[in-house]
Design a binder for this molecule. Structure first.
Ligand code: CA
Length: 236
């Protein structure tokens, strides 16, 4: 039998810990809870959990500092679960190195979906580069990274080089939210002015018109308002 995935929940509210723990245990995950940032950090190094669920508002530390500290030495999948609803907090957490973000209150099915996405990404990054070049496929959309061809059904979609770069960046990390600044730095390089998102928004509008059947009701590219974009998860 395959060993269970281990999930560390760093959260000071015991009722939320219990709720998450019960739900995930019922889905065959191994769950460990830490109620302080300090305990969380020491469990991350001793347990090496597959996934960390991190609350930002902890009694002894700010969760953003935990993300910075974890990212100095570990690439564990880290999902922020927080009641902080300001977009700037989400952006700060993602740019500090969080892999994803869930706002409280949340449903268990959403949490499970994000966990599955994270596990798939961590498995992917552990396998050979060959599988990284495996085409993206979801609904009718296919992106063939080897010959740079994007198709929806039988239709070939013609993207400019910049549009293609944006699409492949999002698709290779599908299911996760990407901040405007991370996309812009990936596509235009480190010196781009990330505060001026107009160039990105214009390109995204063009991409949506080409990729989506109905850009007003997108199926592939979702906007996380004032945070960034999320590409429909690869249906691997
Ligand atoms: Ca809290």
């Amino acid at each position: 039998m395959a060993s269970k995935y281990c999930i560390l929940v760093i959260e000071d509210e015991k009722s939320i810990c219990n709720f998450i723990s019960k739900a995930l245990t019922a889905h065959d995950y191994k769950v460990v809870c830490a109620y302080t940032g300090k305990d969380g950090l020491s469990l991350i190094s001793s347990l090496c959990p597959d996934i960390i669920l991190l609350d930002l508002g902890l009694p002894d530390m700010d969760g953003i500092n935990i993300i910075h500290s974890v990212r100095e030495w570990s690439s564990n999948q880290l999902i922020v679960v927080s009641a902080r609803s300001k977009e700037s907090d989400k952006v700060a957490a993602l740019d500090a190195g969080a892999d994803d973000y869930i706002s409280k209150p949340f449903g268990i099915s959403e949490l499970l979906a994000r966990i599955r996405t994270s596990i798939r990404h961590s498995n992917k990054s552990n396998t050979s580069s060959q599988s990284a070049d495996r085409p993206y496929h979801a609904l009718d959309l296919t992106i063939n990274y080897q010959n740079h061809v994007v198709t929806r059904g039988d239709t070939v979609i013609h993207l400019t080089p910049i549009e293609y770069k944006i699409v492949t960046y999002l698709a290779k990390n599908s299911g996760k939210v990407h901040t405007y600044s991370s996309i812009m730095q990936h596509v235009w390089g480190p010196y781009i002015d990330v505060n001026n998102t107009k160039i990105l928004r214009v390109n995204m509008a063009n991409i949506r018109h080409k990729i989506e059947l109905n850009p007003a009701a997108p199926q592939y590219i979702f906007t996380e308002i004032e945070v960034g974009y999320r590409f429909l998860d690869d249906s691997e």
